[in-house]
Ligand binder design. Sequence first.
Ligand code: HAM
Length: 431
Amino acid sequence: MNYAIPKGTYDILPGHLLRDDPWKASEKWQYLEKVIRNLCRDYGYLEIRTPIFERTDLFVRGVGDATDVVSKEMYNFQDKGKRQMTLRPEGTAPVMRSIAEKHLDQIDSHVKLFYIGPYFRYDRPQAGRYRQFHQFGIEALGESSSELDLEVIDLLYTLYQRLGLKNLKVLLNTVGNASSREKYKTALKTYLTPHFDQLSEDSKTRFTQNPLRILDSKNAKDQEILSNAPSVHDFLDEESKEHFENVTRYLQKQKIPYEITPKLVRGLDYYNKTVFEITSDVLGAQNTIGGGGRFDGLLKNLGGTDLPAIGFATGMERILQTMIGQDCPFPKPNAPFVFIIPLGESPKELCVDLTYNLRHMGIPTHLYLRGKKINKALSQAEASRATFALIIGEDELKNGMAQLKEMQTRNTTTFSLSTLSQEIEKLWSKR
Ligand code: HAM
Protein backbone atom coordinates (compact mmCIF):
# COMPACT_ATOMS: atom_id res chain seq x y z
CA MET A 1 0.00 0.00 0.00
CA ASN A 2 1.39 3.38 -0.94
CA TYR A 3 -0.09 6.43 0.72
CA ALA A 4 2.10 8.95 -1.08
CA ILE A 5 0.50 12.23 -2.08
CA PRO A 6 -0.99 12.12 -5.62
CA LYS A 7 1.33 13.26 -8.42
CA GLY A 8 1.11 16.94 -9.25
CA THR A 9 -0.19 17.92 -5.81
CA TYR A 10 1.57 19.14 -2.67
CA ASP A 11 0.91 20.03 0.94
CA ILE A 12 0.86 23.58 2.26
CA LEU A 13 2.49 23.52 5.71
CA PRO A 14 3.68 25.92 8.40
CA GLY A 15 7.04 27.23 7.20
CA HIS A 16 9.14 25.69 9.96
CA LEU A 17 7.81 22.21 9.09
CA LEU A 18 8.61 22.44 5.39
CA ARG A 19 11.35 20.26 4.01
CA ASP A 20 11.26 21.69 0.51
CA ASP A 21 10.03 24.73 -1.41
CA PRO A 22 9.47 27.79 0.80
CA TRP A 23 6.49 28.91 -1.31
CA LYS A 24 4.49 26.08 0.27
CA ALA A 25 4.52 27.82 3.68
CA SER A 26 0.96 28.38 4.91
CA GLU A 27 1.82 31.77 6.41
CA LYS A 28 2.90 32.95 2.94
CA TRP A 29 -0.43 31.78 1.47
CA GLN A 30 -2.30 33.59 4.22
CA TYR A 31 -0.38 36.78 3.47
CA LEU A 32 -1.10 36.49 -0.26
CA GLU A 33 -4.80 35.92 0.43
CA LYS A 34 -4.89 38.92 2.74
CA VAL A 35 -3.34 41.21 0.11
CA ILE A 36 -5.82 39.88 -2.47
CA ARG A 37 -8.83 40.45 -0.19
CA ASN A 38 -7.74 44.01 0.60
CA LEU A 39 -7.21 44.71 -3.09
CA CYS A 40 -10.66 43.39 -3.99
CA ARG A 41 -12.15 45.58 -1.29
CA ASP A 42 -10.39 48.62 -2.79
CA TYR A 43 -11.77 47.86 -6.27
CA GLY A 44 -15.28 46.87 -5.13
CA TYR A 45 -15.16 43.12 -5.90
CA LEU A 46 -17.08 40.72 -3.66
CA GLU A 47 -16.37 37.04 -3.11
CA ILE A 48 -18.09 34.11 -4.81
CA ARG A 49 -17.43 30.47 -3.86
CA THR A 50 -18.71 27.86 -6.28
CA PRO A 51 -18.56 24.06 -5.87
CA ILE A 52 -15.35 22.24 -6.64
CA PHE A 53 -17.21 20.00 -9.09
CA GLU A 54 -19.76 20.87 -11.75
CA ARG A 55 -21.52 19.06 -14.55
CA THR A 56 -19.04 18.21 -17.30
CA ASP A 57 -21.27 19.89 -19.93
CA LEU A 58 -20.68 23.27 -18.32
CA PHE A 59 -17.00 23.19 -19.26
CA VAL A 60 -17.56 21.53 -22.62
CA ARG A 61 -19.93 24.30 -23.61
CA GLY A 62 -18.38 27.15 -21.63
CA VAL A 63 -14.67 26.62 -22.20
CA GLY A 64 -14.93 24.78 -25.54
CA ASP A 65 -14.49 21.10 -26.39
CA ALA A 66 -11.56 21.78 -28.72
CA THR A 67 -9.45 23.39 -25.99
CA ASP A 68 -6.62 21.43 -24.34
CA VAL A 69 -8.23 22.05 -20.96
CA VAL A 70 -11.47 20.31 -21.94
CA SER A 71 -10.19 17.72 -24.41
CA LYS A 72 -7.13 16.54 -22.48
CA GLU A 73 -6.93 17.86 -18.95
CA MET A 74 -10.23 17.42 -17.16
CA TYR A 75 -10.79 15.22 -14.12
CA ASN A 76 -14.11 13.62 -15.08
CA PHE A 77 -16.09 11.17 -13.06
CA GLN A 78 -19.54 9.67 -12.97
CA ASP A 79 -21.44 10.14 -9.72
CA LYS A 80 -23.72 7.52 -8.21
CA GLY A 81 -26.67 9.04 -10.05
CA LYS A 82 -24.77 8.35 -13.31
CA ARG A 83 -24.25 12.06 -13.99
CA GLN A 84 -21.01 13.13 -15.67
CA MET A 85 -19.16 15.48 -13.33
CA THR A 86 -15.84 17.33 -13.55
CA LEU A 87 -13.48 18.78 -10.97
CA ARG A 88 -13.47 22.42 -12.04
CA PRO A 89 -10.48 23.19 -14.28
CA GLU A 90 -11.14 26.96 -14.22
CA GLY A 91 -13.43 29.50 -12.60
CA THR A 92 -15.07 31.58 -15.33
CA ALA A 93 -17.65 29.04 -16.54
CA PRO A 94 -18.80 28.19 -12.96
CA VAL A 95 -19.18 31.88 -12.10
CA MET A 96 -21.25 32.46 -15.25
CA ARG A 97 -23.29 29.35 -14.43
CA SER A 98 -24.07 30.79 -11.02
CA ILE A 99 -25.04 34.19 -12.45
CA ALA A 100 -27.24 32.64 -15.15
CA GLU A 101 -28.86 30.10 -12.85
CA LYS A 102 -29.76 32.58 -10.11
CA HIS A 103 -30.35 35.53 -12.49
CA LEU A 104 -27.90 37.53 -10.40
CA ASP A 105 -27.68 40.16 -13.13
CA GLN A 106 -31.31 41.07 -12.41
CA ILE A 107 -30.26 42.06 -8.89
CA ASP A 108 -27.16 43.88 -10.09
CA SER A 109 -26.40 44.28 -13.79
CA HIS A 110 -22.80 45.24 -12.98
CA VAL A 111 -21.80 42.22 -10.93
CA LYS A 112 -18.12 42.27 -9.89
CA LEU A 113 -16.94 39.05 -8.26
CA PHE A 114 -13.67 37.51 -7.14
CA TYR A 115 -12.71 33.96 -6.19
CA ILE A 116 -9.83 32.16 -4.55
CA GLY A 117 -9.59 28.39 -4.54
CA PRO A 118 -8.28 25.11 -5.90
CA TYR A 119 -8.64 24.10 -9.57
CA PHE A 120 -7.79 20.80 -11.24
CA ARG A 121 -6.12 19.96 -14.53
CA TYR A 122 -4.73 16.56 -15.41
CA ASP A 123 -1.50 17.51 -17.08
CA ARG A 124 2.03 16.14 -17.15
CA PRO A 125 3.42 17.33 -13.80
CA GLN A 126 6.30 19.74 -14.36
CA ALA A 127 7.74 22.83 -12.73
CA GLY A 128 4.95 25.39 -12.43
CA ARG A 129 2.18 22.98 -13.49
CA TYR A 130 0.19 21.15 -10.88
CA ARG A 131 -2.81 18.86 -11.06
CA GLN A 132 -4.34 20.75 -8.18
CA PHE A 133 -3.39 24.41 -8.29
CA HIS A 134 -4.89 27.58 -6.90
CA GLN A 135 -6.25 30.61 -8.68
CA PHE A 136 -7.29 34.05 -7.67
CA GLY A 137 -9.65 35.37 -10.32
CA ILE A 138 -12.16 38.13 -10.93
CA GLU A 139 -15.08 38.46 -13.33
CA ALA A 140 -16.75 41.82 -14.06
CA LEU A 141 -19.99 42.06 -15.99
CA GLY A 142 -22.27 44.58 -17.60
CA GLU A 143 -19.88 47.04 -19.23
CA SER A 144 -18.63 46.77 -22.80
CA SER A 145 -16.51 49.93 -22.76
CA SER A 146 -12.75 49.88 -22.38
CA GLU A 147 -12.86 51.44 -18.89
CA LEU A 148 -13.69 48.00 -17.54
CA ASP A 149 -10.77 46.43 -19.44
CA LEU A 150 -8.51 48.96 -17.75
CA GLU A 151 -9.97 48.20 -14.33
CA VAL A 152 -9.40 44.46 -14.68
CA ILE A 153 -5.86 44.71 -16.04
CA ASP A 154 -4.97 47.40 -13.52
CA LEU A 155 -6.28 45.28 -10.65
CA LEU A 156 -4.03 42.38 -11.61
CA TYR A 157 -1.03 44.62 -12.20
CA THR A 158 -1.64 46.40 -8.88
CA LEU A 159 -1.76 43.07 -7.06
CA TYR A 160 1.69 42.21 -8.37
CA GLN A 161 2.95 45.71 -7.52
CA ARG A 162 1.65 45.47 -3.95
CA LEU A 163 3.41 42.15 -3.54
CA GLY A 164 6.66 43.66 -4.81
CA LEU A 165 7.01 41.63 -8.04
CA LYS A 166 9.47 42.96 -10.58
CA ASN A 167 10.33 42.47 -14.27
CA LEU A 168 6.81 41.64 -15.29
CA LYS A 169 5.66 41.78 -18.89
CA VAL A 170 2.08 42.63 -19.76
CA LEU A 171 1.34 40.99 -23.09
CA LEU A 172 -1.71 42.53 -24.73
CA ASN A 173 -3.71 41.65 -27.79
CA THR A 174 -7.17 41.71 -29.26
CA VAL A 175 -8.84 38.80 -31.00
CA GLY A 176 -11.57 41.15 -32.28
CA ASN A 177 -15.29 40.71 -32.11
CA ALA A 178 -16.96 37.61 -33.59
CA SER A 179 -17.25 38.94 -37.15
CA SER A 180 -13.65 40.19 -37.43
CA ARG A 181 -12.42 36.95 -35.87
CA GLU A 182 -14.28 34.89 -38.48
CA LYS A 183 -12.66 36.90 -41.29
CA TYR A 184 -9.27 36.44 -39.71
CA LYS A 185 -9.77 32.69 -39.21
CA THR A 186 -10.55 32.31 -42.92
CA ALA A 187 -7.48 34.34 -43.90
CA LEU A 188 -5.24 32.36 -41.54
CA LYS A 189 -6.49 29.05 -42.90
CA THR A 190 -5.99 30.23 -46.48
CA TYR A 191 -2.42 31.21 -45.59
CA LEU A 192 -1.71 27.90 -43.76
CA THR A 193 -3.27 25.56 -46.34
CA PRO A 194 -0.17 25.25 -48.57
CA HIS A 195 1.94 24.57 -45.41
CA PHE A 196 -0.51 22.10 -43.86
CA ASP A 197 1.70 19.01 -44.27
CA GLN A 198 4.60 20.66 -42.44
CA LEU A 199 2.52 21.69 -39.42
CA SER A 200 2.89 19.82 -36.12
CA GLU A 201 0.25 17.19 -35.33
CA ASP A 202 -1.35 19.46 -32.71
CA SER A 203 -1.60 22.31 -35.19
CA LYS A 204 -3.10 20.01 -37.84
CA THR A 205 -5.89 19.15 -35.40
CA ARG A 206 -6.33 22.79 -34.50
CA PHE A 207 -6.51 23.75 -38.19
CA THR A 208 -10.09 22.49 -38.38
CA GLN A 209 -11.12 22.84 -34.75
CA ASN A 210 -9.66 26.18 -33.72
CA PRO A 211 -7.11 27.64 -36.16
CA LEU A 212 -6.34 30.68 -33.98
CA ARG A 213 -4.73 28.38 -31.42
CA ILE A 214 -2.04 27.48 -33.98
CA LEU A 215 -0.63 30.96 -33.28
CA ASP A 216 0.11 29.77 -29.72
CA SER A 217 2.10 26.73 -30.87
CA LYS A 218 5.45 26.17 -29.16
CA ASN A 219 6.68 24.14 -32.15
CA ALA A 220 9.63 25.85 -33.91
CA LYS A 221 8.57 24.79 -37.41
CA ASP A 222 5.01 26.03 -36.80
CA GLN A 223 6.41 29.36 -35.67
CA GLU A 224 8.64 29.58 -38.74
CA ILE A 225 5.61 28.99 -40.97
CA LEU A 226 3.66 31.59 -38.99
CA SER A 227 6.31 34.27 -39.37
CA ASN A 228 4.65 35.55 -42.57
CA ALA A 229 1.08 34.81 -41.54
CA PRO A 230 -1.50 37.60 -41.66
CA SER A 231 -2.06 39.47 -38.39
CA VAL A 232 -5.38 39.66 -36.59
CA HIS A 233 -4.89 43.41 -36.46
CA ASP A 234 -5.42 43.67 -40.23
CA PHE A 235 -8.89 42.17 -39.90
CA LEU A 236 -10.34 44.21 -37.05
CA ASP A 237 -13.51 46.11 -37.80
CA GLU A 238 -13.90 49.70 -36.62
CA GLU A 239 -15.56 48.74 -33.32
CA SER A 240 -12.87 46.24 -32.32
CA LYS A 241 -10.09 48.57 -33.43
CA GLU A 242 -11.47 51.51 -31.47
CA HIS A 243 -11.98 49.36 -28.39
CA PHE A 244 -8.38 48.15 -28.50
CA GLU A 245 -7.01 51.64 -29.06
CA ASN A 246 -8.95 52.90 -26.05
CA VAL A 247 -7.57 50.09 -23.90
CA THR A 248 -3.98 50.92 -24.89
CA ARG A 249 -4.56 54.64 -24.32
CA TYR A 250 -5.90 53.98 -20.83
CA LEU A 251 -3.00 51.66 -19.99
CA GLN A 252 -0.52 54.31 -21.06
CA LYS A 253 -2.30 56.88 -18.90
CA GLN A 254 -2.09 54.57 -15.89
CA LYS A 255 1.58 53.90 -16.70
CA ILE A 256 1.07 50.18 -17.09
CA PRO A 257 3.76 49.07 -19.53
CA TYR A 258 2.49 46.58 -22.10
CA GLU A 259 3.67 44.84 -25.24
CA ILE A 260 1.25 44.28 -28.07
CA THR A 261 1.62 40.59 -28.91
CA PRO A 262 -0.36 39.85 -32.09
CA LYS A 263 -0.04 36.08 -31.69
CA LEU A 264 -1.51 35.99 -28.18
CA VAL A 265 -4.89 34.23 -28.37
CA ARG A 266 -5.07 32.33 -25.02
CA GLY A 267 -6.10 28.72 -24.64
CA LEU A 268 -9.80 28.98 -23.86
CA ASP A 269 -12.52 29.50 -26.47
CA TYR A 270 -14.66 32.14 -24.83
CA TYR A 271 -12.49 35.20 -25.49
CA ASN A 272 -13.28 38.12 -27.74
CA LYS A 273 -11.64 41.53 -28.15
CA THR A 274 -9.08 42.16 -25.37
CA VAL A 275 -6.82 39.31 -24.22
CA PHE A 276 -3.80 39.67 -21.95
CA GLU A 277 -1.20 37.72 -20.03
CA ILE A 278 1.40 38.74 -17.52
CA THR A 279 4.68 36.86 -17.47
CA SER A 280 7.40 36.63 -14.85
CA ASP A 281 11.13 36.28 -15.50
CA VAL A 282 11.77 33.62 -12.84
CA LEU A 283 9.27 30.91 -13.75
CA GLY A 284 11.03 29.12 -16.61
CA ALA A 285 8.88 27.48 -19.30
CA GLN A 286 5.58 28.05 -17.47
CA ASN A 287 6.17 31.77 -17.18
CA THR A 288 2.58 33.03 -17.37
CA ILE A 289 1.63 34.19 -13.94
CA GLY A 290 -1.84 35.41 -14.85
CA GLY A 291 -4.08 35.92 -17.84
CA GLY A 292 -7.54 36.84 -18.94
CA GLY A 293 -9.64 38.78 -21.35
CA ARG A 294 -13.13 39.72 -22.52
CA PHE A 295 -15.73 37.04 -22.96
CA ASP A 296 -18.81 38.99 -24.01
CA GLY A 297 -20.93 36.06 -25.27
CA LEU A 298 -20.32 33.49 -22.54
CA LEU A 299 -23.14 34.31 -20.14
CA LYS A 300 -25.69 34.14 -22.97
CA ASN A 301 -24.12 30.93 -24.24
CA LEU A 302 -24.74 29.40 -20.81
CA GLY A 303 -28.40 30.41 -20.75
CA GLY A 304 -28.08 33.85 -19.13
CA THR A 305 -28.57 37.42 -20.28
CA ASP A 306 -26.42 38.79 -23.08
CA LEU A 307 -24.05 40.82 -20.90
CA PRO A 308 -20.50 41.84 -21.77
CA ALA A 309 -17.84 40.60 -19.35
CA ILE A 310 -14.12 40.57 -18.68
CA GLY A 311 -11.90 38.89 -16.09
CA PHE A 312 -8.65 37.16 -15.33
CA ALA A 313 -7.17 34.43 -13.19
CA THR A 314 -3.70 34.24 -11.73
CA GLY A 315 -1.93 31.16 -10.39
CA MET A 316 -1.20 31.55 -6.69
CA GLU A 317 1.68 29.03 -6.79
CA ARG A 318 3.29 31.05 -9.56
CA ILE A 319 2.86 34.32 -7.65
CA LEU A 320 4.55 32.87 -4.56
CA GLN A 321 7.31 31.24 -6.61
CA THR A 322 8.00 34.57 -8.31
CA MET A 323 8.01 36.38 -4.97
CA ILE A 324 10.56 33.96 -3.59
CA GLY A 325 12.63 34.00 -6.79
CA GLN A 326 12.75 37.79 -6.62
CA ASP A 327 13.28 38.06 -2.88
CA CYS A 328 10.05 39.97 -2.30
CA PRO A 329 9.27 40.79 1.32
CA PHE A 330 6.90 38.65 3.39
CA PRO A 331 5.65 39.63 6.83
CA LYS A 332 7.13 37.69 9.72
CA PRO A 333 5.06 34.64 10.67
CA ASN A 334 2.83 34.94 13.74
CA ALA A 335 4.65 34.54 17.03
CA PRO A 336 3.46 34.14 20.63
CA PHE A 337 3.28 37.31 22.68
CA VAL A 338 4.05 35.43 25.88
CA PHE A 339 6.01 32.18 26.18
CA ILE A 340 5.23 30.65 29.56
CA ILE A 341 7.74 28.27 31.13
CA PRO A 342 6.69 26.33 34.26
CA LEU A 343 9.73 25.00 36.11
CA GLY A 344 8.59 21.73 37.66
CA GLU A 345 5.25 20.23 38.53
CA SER A 346 3.88 22.57 41.21
CA PRO A 347 3.87 25.82 39.13
CA LYS A 348 2.24 24.00 36.22
CA GLU A 349 -1.33 24.50 37.33
CA LEU A 350 -0.92 28.23 37.77
CA CYS A 351 0.82 28.44 34.39
CA VAL A 352 -2.03 26.53 32.74
CA ASP A 353 -4.57 28.95 34.29
CA LEU A 354 -2.56 31.95 33.19
CA THR A 355 -2.16 30.58 29.66
CA TYR A 356 -5.91 30.11 29.20
CA ASN A 357 -6.64 33.47 30.78
CA LEU A 358 -4.40 35.18 28.27
CA ARG A 359 -5.59 33.12 25.30
CA HIS A 360 -9.22 33.85 26.16
CA MET A 361 -8.34 37.56 26.15
CA GLY A 362 -7.02 37.09 22.58
CA ILE A 363 -3.34 37.27 23.51
CA PRO A 364 -1.21 34.68 21.63
CA THR A 365 0.33 32.56 24.38
CA HIS A 366 2.52 29.46 24.26
CA LEU A 367 2.81 27.07 27.19
CA TYR A 368 6.12 25.21 27.30
CA LEU A 369 5.72 21.66 28.60
CA ARG A 370 8.99 20.01 27.66
CA GLY A 371 10.85 19.81 30.94
CA LYS A 372 12.63 22.16 33.26
CA LYS A 373 15.91 22.97 31.55
CA ILE A 374 15.79 26.77 31.56
CA ASN A 375 18.27 27.32 28.75
CA LYS A 376 16.52 24.92 26.45
CA ALA A 377 13.18 26.55 27.23
CA LEU A 378 14.55 30.02 26.59
CA SER A 379 16.11 29.03 23.31
CA GLN A 380 12.71 27.62 22.28
CA ALA A 381 11.14 30.95 23.27
CA GLU A 382 13.74 32.67 21.11
CA ALA A 383 13.09 30.35 18.16
CA SER A 384 9.36 30.99 18.42
CA ARG A 385 10.13 34.75 18.25
CA ALA A 386 8.02 35.34 21.35
CA THR A 387 7.92 38.92 22.62
CA PHE A 388 8.10 37.95 26.29
CA ALA A 389 9.13 34.88 28.26
CA LEU A 390 7.74 34.20 31.70
CA ILE A 391 9.44 31.68 33.95
CA ILE A 392 7.52 30.45 36.98
CA GLY A 393 9.24 28.08 39.41
CA GLU A 394 8.94 27.17 43.10
CA ASP A 395 10.48 30.50 44.20
CA GLU A 396 8.03 32.57 42.19
CA LEU A 397 5.15 30.60 43.65
CA LYS A 398 6.45 31.18 47.16
CA ASN A 399 7.05 34.94 46.66
CA GLY A 400 3.94 35.57 44.62
CA MET A 401 6.09 37.50 42.11
CA ALA A 402 7.43 36.67 38.66
CA GLN A 403 9.71 38.27 36.10
CA LEU A 404 8.58 38.98 32.59
CA LYS A 405 11.55 38.96 30.25
CA GLU A 406 11.47 40.98 27.06
CA MET A 407 13.21 38.68 24.62
CA GLN A 408 14.73 41.29 22.37
CA THR A 409 16.22 43.64 25.00
CA ARG A 410 16.65 40.97 27.72
CA ASN A 411 15.09 43.52 30.15
CA THR A 412 13.03 42.03 32.93
CA THR A 413 10.14 43.50 34.92
CA THR A 414 8.79 41.98 38.13
CA PHE A 415 5.03 41.63 38.56
CA SER A 416 2.80 40.21 41.26
CA LEU A 417 1.28 36.90 40.19
CA SER A 418 -2.15 38.16 41.21
CA THR A 419 -2.11 41.01 38.64
CA LEU A 420 0.02 39.35 35.96
CA SER A 421 -2.82 38.83 33.45
CA GLN A 422 -3.87 42.48 33.64
CA GLU A 423 -0.26 43.69 33.32
CA ILE A 424 0.30 41.52 30.26
CA GLU A 425 -2.97 42.74 28.78
CA LYS A 426 -1.75 46.34 29.19
CA LEU A 427 1.49 45.50 27.38
CA TRP A 428 -0.46 43.72 24.64
CA SER A 429 -2.73 46.70 24.01
CA LYS A 430 0.30 49.05 23.86
CA ARG A 431 2.26 46.89 21.40
P1 HAM B 1 -5.75 30.25 -17.59
O1 HAM B 1 -4.78 31.03 -18.43
O2 HAM B 1 -6.09 28.89 -18.05
O3 HAM B 1 -7.04 31.15 -17.50
O4 HAM B 1 -5.21 30.16 -16.11
C1 HAM B 1 -4.86 31.33 -15.39
C2 HAM B 1 -3.60 31.10 -14.59
O5 HAM B 1 -3.73 29.95 -13.76
C3 HAM B 1 -2.36 30.80 -15.42
O6 HAM B 1 -1.79 32.00 -15.89
C4 HAM B 1 -1.46 30.13 -14.40
O7 HAM B 1 -0.82 31.08 -13.59
C5 HAM B 1 -2.45 29.36 -13.55
N1 HAM B 1 -2.49 27.94 -13.96
C6 HAM B 1 -3.21 27.38 -14.95
N2 HAM B 1 -3.00 26.05 -15.01
C7 HAM B 1 -2.12 25.77 -14.02
C8 HAM B 1 -1.49 24.56 -13.54
N3 HAM B 1 -1.75 23.37 -14.08
N4 HAM B 1 -0.63 24.66 -12.50
C9 HAM B 1 -0.36 25.86 -11.93
N5 HAM B 1 -0.92 27.01 -12.33
C10 HAM B 1 -1.78 26.98 -13.35
C11 HAM B 1 -8.19 30.78 -16.85
O8 HAM B 1 -8.30 29.87 -16.10
C12 HAM B 1 -9.34 31.73 -17.13
N6 HAM B 1 -10.52 31.24 -16.41
C13 HAM B 1 -8.98 33.14 -16.73
C14 HAM B 1 -10.09 34.11 -16.95
C15 HAM B 1 -10.95 34.57 -16.02
N7 HAM B 1 -10.41 34.67 -18.10
C16 HAM B 1 -11.46 35.46 -17.93
N8 HAM B 1 -11.80 35.39 -16.68
